[in-house]
Design a protein around this ligand. Structure first.
Ligand code: ADP
Length: 521
């Protein structure tokens, strides 16, 4: 038996050869054209010396080159290592070494850092420069056995590679780096089946239109599991069209939605706040949307309500991690969603809560760490048996997130275990305070963290971005929280900032807030 996720693209090409698979910057690539590029690059990768099982690192933005390289590597049986395009040279070297990558394919904007890193990565002999001046002198062949290639010739006049590698469902398809709960980034090994089935889930959803009519907008970075699975793999499996946006920008995103009649959008909460608050985005611009998926971080209840009411939509919240491919739970679509909940485990996935002593929580509405078991759970962290056994026990993946389950089996994320604030011995969950702040009309974004305090251990600090055109002082906001929250937990310090630090997907980076404000306040 074999399963190779490149099949999803091959099958859609057989069904819809002339249909637009990708749209980027006004250029359209049909399924036939995309698959041809994939087959050409696959042949070239074999010709320059890549063998099945060797790892292909990608440092590419959201352009057609990403899916071309991704499926070409799969076609010849090479696992893909997608790297964050914002990494600096030292970090890239770490990832190349840690993942045993044999080739690094890097976009023009990342070339400088990528090349510097590649020179320092002894086990990575091949480099492919994609975009920009691909023949630049610094890319000339090296003497120490390292070789650099230009991307464009690898796709020209090359025979089509047709011999789909017969991977087993358990073979590794992707090694995706995540900071996890502790330590340096670790590579979560996701299998062919993990990724195939998490994408195939989209075909089971009772969408209000045939799944091959899906037009998805990809503003999430492709190197992250959310964009890769819920958009790239899902839309191409369905035979739909994927509109690629290099970087999320509320107004540009809304314009693309309007222009291409996008009916499916998946994003993190900060993208939804931005769409809701940006000037000049009318409900008419988003009127083609039929399915909006939100995940990656806690979605404040107030924001879902406002978004649904403003745009006449029914935003669906899901939950997962890179280690779970990523979707693990989802709210029902077409009615029945519970705002503030992440829904129930998806088909074939089980969830359970365990308390601090490791016992399974059986009573409803009681907190515990949410653990996940099923077809979406990673094989483990690449080359890290100890880190793997810390989080994976008897098939149960320990997520590091605290949750509750109601009587109907709907889960609600209380917070990340590591974000818990302990003030004077009391446990405080930042999300509860953030929910209160988001209900304030002047607040656009809020993040609550614990910072060291000499007598309480930690003190509650909130960081706020105001809605455009709204005024509020820190003292007013502190007073507002004081009137809605118990004395021990309202934030004593609220700082208004022009923006909050965000990670590559747009998630608010609490660690960066703690690092930059911990010493000052
Ligand atoms: P990173 O933290 O590096 O972005 P992941 O993308 O794997 O890595 O993030 C997974 C984490 O995102 C989860 O552990 C959880 O804390 C958070 N998360 C994902 N979806 C939700 C959600 N719907 N509600 C609350 N938190 C979420």
């Amino acid at each position: 038996m074999s399963l190779n996720i490149a099949t999803l693209l091959r099958e859609s090409t057989l069904r819809f050869p002339g249909k637009a698979a990708l749209i980027h910057d006004g250029d359209v690539l049909t399924y036939a054209e995309l698959w041809t590029q994939v087959q050409r690059l696959a042949g070239s990768l074999r010709a320059i010396g890549l063998s099945p099982g060797q790892h292909v690192a990608l440092m590419l933005p959201n352009t057609p080159a990403f899916p071309v390289a991704y499926y070409a590597a799969q076609l010849i049986g090479c696992p893909v290592v997608p790297l964050n395009t914002m990494l600096k040279a030292d970090e890239i070297t770490y990832h190349l070494n840690d993942s045993d990558s044999h080739v690094l394919i890097a976009g023009a904007a990342m070339r400088g850092e990528a090349l510097a890193a590649w020179h320092r990565a002894p086990k990575c002999p091949l480099f492919i420069a994609c975009g920009g001046d691909e023949m630049a002198p610094e890319l000339a062949a090296e003497s120490d056995g390292k070789k650099a290639f230009a991307w464009t010739p690898l796709l020209q006049d090359v025979p089509l590679y047709c011999d789909l590698y017969p991977s087993t469902p358990e073979d590794t398809a992707v090694i995706i780096y995540t900071s996890g709960t502790t330590g340096r980034p670790k590579g979560a090994e996701l299998s062919q089946f993990n990724l195939f089935y998490n994408a195939a889930y989209i075909l089971q959803l009772p969408l209000s239109f045939p799944s091959h009519d899906i037009v998805g907008l990809l503003a999430l970075p492709l190197f992250h599991s959310f964009g890769q699975t819920a958009l790239q793999n899902a839309v191409l499996l369905a035979g739909g069209t994927l509109v690629l946006q290099t970087r999320f920008d509320a107004h540009a995103t809304a314009t693309l939605i309007e222009q291409h009649r996008v009916n499916y959008f998946a994003g993190v909460p900060t993208m939804y706040y931005a769409l809701l608050h940006a000037h000049g985005i009318s409900p008419a611009m988003l009127s083609s949307l039929r399915f909006c998926l939100c995940g990656g971080a806690a979605m404040p209840e107030e924001v879902i309500k406002r978004f649904d009411a403003t745009f006449g939509l029914d935003m669906i919240e899901a939950y997962g991690l890179s280690e779970t491919s990523p979707v693990a739970t989802m709210n029902p679509i077409n009615g029945g969603k519970r705002i503030g909940s992440i829904g129930r485990p998806i088909w074939g996935v089980e969830a359970r809560l365990v308390d601090a002593g490791g016992d399974i929580v059986t009573t409803a509405n009681t907190r515990g760490e949410i653990c996940i078991k099923g077809h979406n759970v990673m094989k483990g962290y690449y080359n890290r048996p100890e880190a793997t056994s810390e989080v994976l026990q008897d098939g149960w993946f320990h997520t590091g997130d605290i949750a509750e389950r109601d009587d109907d089996g709907f889960y609600r994320i209380v917070d990340r275990k590591k974000d818990l604030i302990i003030r004077g011995g009391f446990n405080i969950y930042p999300r509860e305070i953030e929910e209160i702040l988001y209900a304030h009309t002047a607040v656009m974004e809020a993040a609550v963290v614990g910072l060291p305090h000499p007598s309480h251990g930690e003190e509650v600090h909130a960081f706020i971005v105001l809605r455009p055109g709204c005024q509020a002082t820190s003292a007013e906001l502190v007073h507002y929280c004081q009137s809605h929250l118990a004395t021990y937990k309202y934030p004593r310090h609220i700082k208004i900032l022009p923006q909050l630090p965000k990670g590559p997907t747009g998630k608010i980076l609490k660690r960066a807030l703690r690092d930059s404000h911990g010493a000052v306040l």
